[in-house]
Design a protein around this ligand. Structure first.
Ligand code: HSE
Length: 339
């Protein structure tokens, strides 16, 4: 069965997804009878393109990698109209995250869901700010609002708690939720200066478009909010989660921690306490004997405290082109396999 896809945003994640789809098309077809066609792409840098019979993805990857505008199948439609009018089954919302307003992604999600198209997104804005509204709109239109990529890239978190851990009561989630800052803290331990290592994290595609979101802890706070609301049904707002980033951590602090057999980590946590759900993000000096202390680079790790299984820890990539591209593929496949 062929899934027709529209990609909103053709940056790191969109290109990563296309590369995976190209590389794995035969395997996905053999294993899941999955076939695809990208019918529309909208990108503010490269332009909007639409061909109901399928776009030339090789050409688009070539042009985007060369930072050139698209030249084939150009569309006059603005992005919201394109989403509404295209013949896609699934719209992948892959634009930049805005945790203040959710825009412009929120308009893209509404346009897709209200016209009966599934949304798959790695954009934290709509999920952190408007999850209940998006879920309701999706349910009303008999489609899905899928957000695996919003928390820890393609490492299964949302799907894990909703699927295999579905029968467990989860009372606490705690761990490393931001790849950029974990990468920075790891490299700073080797002596690299804060600004230099932030630049490398941006070049590697880990950091947000505005890296303030990473270093101030806002990105992790968005993820804590998503986990609190989806896994614990907390109904909390981003502002309810206390937040401190890593901007005040110096090379000296890192050295001091080393002398005390410890390591700084930016820890996100959400916990049920006295009937309330409390969320927080803050740097913590973690003893080297603790499993989280050994998690280095852009890797993330989360421990779920459950009633039936005790602690379950999952460690995996939390950022990156292919890693986040995979999160989109996993949700696309999940929609495909449920049909
Ligand atoms: N900037 C984010 C991070 C990307 O570094 O974890 C994934 O949300």
């Amino acid at each position: 069965m062929k899934q027709k896809l529209t990609l909103i945003g053709f940056g790191t994640v969109g290109k990563g997804l296309c590369e995976i789809l190209k590389d794995k098309s035969q395997r996905l077809n053999n294993s899941y009878d999955f076939d695809y066609e990208v019918v529309a792409v909208a990108d503010f840098a490269y332009g909007n393109v639409y061909n109901p019979n399928g776009l030339d993805i090789d050409l688009m990857l070539e042009q985007a990698n060369a930072k050139q505008k698209f030249t084939k199948d150009l569309s006059e439609l603005d992005t919201v109209s394109l989403i509404k009018e295209c013949n896609a089954d699934i719209v992948c919302e892959l634009t930049y995250t805005d945790l203040q307003t959710g825009g412009p992604a929120i308009d893209h999600c509404k346009a897709a869901l209200s016209t009966g198209k599934h949304i798959v997104t790695s954009n934290k804005g709509p999920a952190a700010l408007f999850y209940p509204e998006m879920k309701k709109l999706a349910d009303e239109n008999n489609v899905k609002f899928m957000i695996e990529g919003t928390v820890v890239a393609g490492t299964p978190i949302i799907n894990l708690t909703d699927g295999p851990l579905g029968g467990c009561e989860i009372s606490r989630i705690r761990g490393i939720l931001n790849g950029t800052t974990n990468y920075m803290l790891s490299e700073m331990e080797k002596g690299m200066a804060y600004d230099d290592v932030l630049k490398v994290a941006q070049d590697l595609g880990y950091a947000e478009a505005d890296p303030t979101g990473d270093v101030e802890g806002f990105d992790a706070r968005g993820k804590v909010t998503i986990l609190a609301n989806i896994v614990m049904n907390a109904g909390i707002k981003i502002a309810d989660v206390s937040c401190e980033g890593i901007t005040k951590i110096t090379l000296e602090d890192i050295q001091k921690a080393k002398e005390q057999n410890a390591r700084w980590k930016l820890i996100g946590s959400v916990e049920k306490k006295d009937g309330k759900v409390i969320g927080s993000v803050a740097p913590e000096m973690v003893d080297l004997s603790h499993p989280l202390a050994g998690v280095m680079g852009a890797t993330n790790a989360l421990t779920f405290t459950t009633d039936l299984l005790g602690d379950i820890t999952i460690v995996g990539p939390g950022a990156g082109k292919i890693e986040t591209g995979f999160s989109i593929l996993t949700d696309i496949l999940s929609i495909h396999r449920s049909q």
